[in-house]
Design a protein around this ligand. Structure first.
Ligand SMILES: [Zn+2]
Length: 313
């Protein structure tokens, strides 16, 4: 069974790529999540990128072609022989002057040297931020399925890129957490609204819908639980009250005898003895009495029992 995160990636990998600036931003973030820059002769640079998800590999190739046509990208599939391990796709673009141009365009190189500090250049336009986050999710994102605890994360091996993502998400008002996990850096969201907003921003509409359905189910379940708890509490109260009344009546029977009671009190005692599990309203209905009237008789029985108990001491 594919994970929910894979479903989300498959969904957003099919989206139209958007404006040129946005395609560049998405590709930049995707590659920043895990691509390696290789060195060639004559100060040229190349690129290697390994991904597990076929849709993400395809998306990467499409974006590469759109951002910089004519790059000689090679894809090799590494079949994983181990059980349940997925294949992975290695995209390699050999070092060349046009690859170097691409890297300049994406902001990875500045004046011939590596720029690890950030992508201010590709993030100049507001429209690109969504595309950038989509790229980051495609490259290293994960999200729990909607029925589980809310959790969405972006994992990168680069501290400075992790910080950049955190800054960007903070600017978009996301309550983002940041943690160092075994040489990788995790930017995460833990609140339901934030997770759904993030998925909406990156264009994962089907995922957003799945969250809304699950949230409704959760709310209904909570409501049902509240009602059941409330009914259980009421039931317990009725059982406790009936138990006290039975104690009183038995005490009177043993220490005074029920025949000493008035006709009305006898009637009340009798109906309780015959229906030990009924609540007061049910008992009152059985002897065609109002509930307050029966409650009054029970109170008198209780007072009498208490009096007898005191005398006994
Ligand atoms: Zn844009």
């Amino acid at each position: 069974m594919a994970s929910f995160a894979t479903d989300v990636k498959n969904e957003i990998a099919r989206l139209p790529r958007g404006e040129d600036c946005c395609a560049r931003a998405e590709l930049a973030a995707l590659l920043r999540m895990g691509a390696t820059i290789t060195l060639g002769r004559d100060h040229t640079f190349g690129l290697e990128y390994q991904v597990e998800n076929a849709a993400v590999a395809r998306r990467t190739l499409v974006l590469l072609r759109e951002v910089h046509a004519g790059l000689p990208a090679e894809v090799t599939v590494a079949r994983n022989r181990r059980l349940r391990k997925k294949n992975s796709y290695a995209i390699a673009i050999p070092p060349s002057s046009s690859t170097t141009e691409l890297l300049e365009e994406l902001g990875f190189l500045q004046g011939g040297s590596l720029n690890i500090e950030g992508d201010a250049k590709v993030l100049r336009s507001a429209c690109c931020r969504a595309a950038y986050l989509r790229g980051a999710f495609l490259g290293g994102g994960s999200v729990n399925r909607p029925e589980a605890d809310y959790h969405l994360e972006l994992v990168t091996g680069s501290y400075s890129f992790g910080k950049l993502l955190r800054t960007l998400m903070r600017r978009l008002d996301f309550p983002v957490g940041f943690v160092d996990r075994k040489e990788s850096y995790v930017i995460y969201l833990k609140e339901g609204d934030a997770v759904v907003d993030f998925l909406a921003i990156i264009g994962a509409e089907e995922a957003v819908e799945a969250f809304e359905v699950a949230r409704n189910v959760k709310e209904v379940r909570e409501q049902v639980n509240r009602i059941v708890n409330c009914e259980t509490a009421n039931l317990q109260k009725a059982i406790d009250a009936a138990g006290r009344q039975l104690d009183d009546i038995q005490y009177i029977e043993e220490h005074l005898g029920l025949e000493a009671l008035s006709k009305r009190e006898q009637e009340a005692a009798q109906v309780r003895l015959e229906n030990p599990e009924s609540n007061l309203a049910e008992l009152a209905a059985l002897i065609h009495l109002s509930k307050p009237a029966l409650a009054h008789r029970m109170k008198k029985l209780h007072d009498l029992a208490e009096m007898l108990r005191q005398k006994e001491e």
